[in-house]
Design a protein around this ligand. Structure first.
Ligand code: 4AD
Length: 571
């Protein structure tokens, strides 16, 4: 009757103590100090011959004393019955477990047998069939009805009985449903196929009959296929390593696998079109694209966010902005732009800050501040139109951001001083409860609160000189302000920073002094004012922020291939 519980110091068939309130069947051992909770347990452990003593608490207000007393006849009978019940139950459970084990063993043996037999099934391509033409999935529609060959990764897999298996194949250009029937789905490779394995399928793509759905509304009926590389299943399966619910840090560690998911790859596809749209926009307007250096020896946006590097034992930095280089191109190339990486050693660990980001910067000569604003608005909107004109990108945009609406033009134009007033009027305050005053920088949180409340793109203009960069031109009407602009978008905040640039040599020299900058390393920039100056201006747009706005992403990190931010420069 005894089972595996420890009995400790108390020997079997001795006295067993039971206390219904303080005892414990699992941790008790039957001693007066560690009693059991039930008499059934005492019988189970110590056998029928045990003398069972039950704790009896004295009734209140009597002379009785609390003590262990011999179990009553009725209670003992009940306990014996309970033990019988428990034994019956345990026996049944053991029988069930052994039945299941036998079933599992038989199933494993059967699978072994089927797999062994499957090894004998060798597929061959029917030489009587027309030669298959190699295609990419995106070209499926125009190749319907012909025999084709498609290679890709098993994105989804559904086995339907012994004679039918469905594969959703992914090749980076789209998704294709493939159906394998009869011997095609009974080979060893078919039976052991896993998600993310690579295969080449041969067959004919046919439109699906009404009522059935699959990507592009068609399906490839496979007549021959090959497994190229099998991905692991079980513990090592990709879906077990990372999935939607994984911790963000795991997702970034395994970004190479995450990129295979529909959302992540969809974002990158839209990103590619957005980059193309920027290039087409500028190309269409006669701008020349240039490729400025990433390793530099001057700062653009202040020293605090510079990444320093040892450049052949000289101090150098990763560029914060290509603006100064673009300015030098104006006399030779006219209007110029670049789509290049900028680097910021950001202290801010926010969802809109990266350490490395793609910066779309443009510079134009002989323009006014108003021309600059017009060009900016035109660019933001034209890039949306161009991206939406690409149907696959439009589909992804509306899937990820169903509420997306093209912004209304003209954008709201608001001066910095008006923004300070807006914050006051709308009770948007600093953490210490005071209001922002003219001359103070408007940080991310209040700027976002204002932008989200106004809920349309804002051109925030004419910031005070002391909170902006050294190169910015002063407003002719107010020398304390600059001809500067930040473009603010609902949900993301600032996506563009731009300005007119100081065109006068003396004024620029004074600006270096005021900012405590040594003008010597900037000689090449300064000389733009010496060898034929011009009124000019430009801007820089953070591509990841633009995409985050377009696709309503929570963070700019998801708009990058491999994001770089505080503490992460891998993989
Ligand atoms: O406002 P910023 O610092 O302006 C400049 O760098 C100018 N020199 C650009 C120019 O006039 N050619 O940066 C411009 C834009 C910001 O509005 C933002 O979209 C993006 O660059 N940006 C960042 N994006 C992601 N992570 C960061 N750490 C960023 N810092 C700036």
């Amino acid at each position: 009757m005894a089972d595996t519980f420890a009995v400790d110091s108390l020997s079997l068939n001795a006295v067993a103590h039971v206390d219904e309130t303080k005892g414990h069947d699992e941790t008790g051992n039957g001693s007066a100090e560690l009693p059991y909770q039930t008499a059934a347990r005492a019988l189970q452990v110590h056998g029928d011959g045990a003398k069972i003593l039950v704790w009896k608490a004295a009734a209140a207000g009597t002379d009785e004393v609390s003590a262990y007393v011999p179990i009553s006849g009725a209670a003992l009978k009940k306990a014996v019955k309970k033990v019988a019940e428990l034994e019956k139950k345990a026996k049944k459970q053991a029988e069930q477990a052994s039945e299941q084990a036998a079933k599992d063993k038989a199933a494993a043996e059967e699978r072994e047998r089927v797999l062994e037999a499957a090894k004998a099934i060798v597929l061959t391509e029917d030489p009587a069939l027309p030669a298959a033409q190699k295609i990419k999935i995106r070209n499926g529609v125009e190749n319907r009805g012909k025999r084709v060959k498609v290679s890709g990764w098993v994105h989804r897999l559904r086995v339907q009985g012994k004679n039918m298996t469905f594969i959703i194949l992914r090749d980076g250009t789209g998704y294709l449903q493939c159906v394998l029937t009869d011997t095609l789905c009974q080979t060893f490779d078919a039976l052991t196929l896993t998600l993310e394995s690579t295969v080449t399928v041969y067959g004919v793509i046919n439109e699906l009959p009404e009522g059935k759905t699959a990507p592009d509304n068609h399906e490839l009926t496979v007549d021959y296929w090959e497994c190229i590389g099998k991905a692991p299943g079980g513990e090592e399966a990709m879906s077990n390593k990372v999935n939607e619910n994984s911790d963000p840090s795991v997702k970034y560690d395994l970004r190479h696998l995450v990129l295979r998911e529909e959302k992540a790859s969809g974002i990158l596809k839209v990103r590619s079109q957005v980059m193309k749209a920027f290039r087409d926009h500028f190309d269409n307007r006669g701008f020349t694209e240039v490729t400025p250096p990433a390793m530099v020896q001057t700062s653009v946006e202040g020293g605090s966010t510079l990444f320093e590097l040892n450049y052949y034992n000289e101090k150098a930095y990763l560029t914060q902005s290509s603006q100064l280089y673009l300015e030098t191109c104006l006399p030779s190339l006219g209007d110029v732009y670049c789509l290049a990486e900028s680097f910021r050693a950001e202290k801010s660990h926010t969802r809109r800050h990266l350490s490395e980001y793609t910066h779309c910067e443009a510079e134009m000569a002989f323009i006014s501040f108003n021309d600059l604003l017009e060009q900016l608005e035109e660019m933001v909107c034209d890039v949306i139109d161009r991206t939406l004109a690409h149907k696959p990108s439009a589909d992804i945009i509306y899937k990820l951001n169903p509420g997306f609406k093209k912004p209304e033009r003209p954008f709201l134009r608001m001066d910095y001083t008006e923004a300070i007033q807006y914050l006051k009027d709308n009770n948007i305050k600093k953490e210490d409860g005071t209001f922002y005053e003219v001359g103070e920088d408007i940080p991310e949180a209040p700027e976002r609160a204002m932008t989200d409340k106004i809920n349309r793109p804002i051109f925030l203009c004419r910031f005070p000189a002391e909170i902006k960069s050294f190169y910015m031109k002063r407003c002719p009407e107010n020398n304390a302000l600059t001809e500067s602009v930040d473009v603010l978008m609902p949900g993301v905040g600032e996506i563009v920073g731009g300005s007119m640039r100081i065109s006068d040599l003396e004024e620029l020299m004074a600006a270096y002094t005021r900012e405590g900058l040594d003008p010597n390393p900037y000689y090449w920039f300064t000389e733009q004012r010496k060898y034929g100056t011009s009124e000019h201006g430009g801007f820089g747009l953070g591509v990841e922020r633009y995409i985050a706005w377009l696709l309503n992403l929570h963070t700019v990190r998801d708009a990058c291939l491999y994001p770089r931010f505080t503490g992460r420069a891998f993989p």
